[in-house]
Design a protein around this ligand. Structure first.
Ligand code: FES
Length: 105
């Protein structure tokens, strides 16, 4: 999730600690009619496997692209460091973030 636009790990964040702040989940990133460029890129790159990790990756990458619209590979890797995908989709995720960075939102 994002809390006031900051990527935040929901699994270690008590709900009471975000009282009064804007919380954005994957459902708030885009809509079916107007998906976020990352959502479009994830589909194009066939990223999701089980999908368990997708919220963390996508909301962190969305914050990166908002703050750094054309990130380098190093910036992408640094922003996403520490997030794990048990299904091993890391390279597809990197391609999707780069694809989204190249799109016109
Ligand atoms: S898609 Fe399964 S853990 Fe990432």
């Amino acid at each position: 999730m994002q809390v006031d636009g900051r990527p935040t790990r929901s699994c270690v964040t008590p709900v009471g600690s975000v009282r009064g702040q804007k919380v954005t989940t994957l459902n708030g990133l885009g809509t079916a009619a107007r998906p976020h460029p990352l959502q479009t890129a994830y589909i194009a790159e066939q990223v999701p496997q089980c999908g368990y990790c997708i919220s963390g990756w996508m909301l962190t990458a969305a914050a990166l692209l908002r703050d750094t619209p054309r990130p380098s590979d190093t910036q992408i890797r640094q922003a996403l460091a520490g997030i794990k995908c048990r299904c091993g989709t890391h390279m597809a995720i990197l391609r999707a973030v780069k694809r989204a960075a190249g799109s016109k939102a």
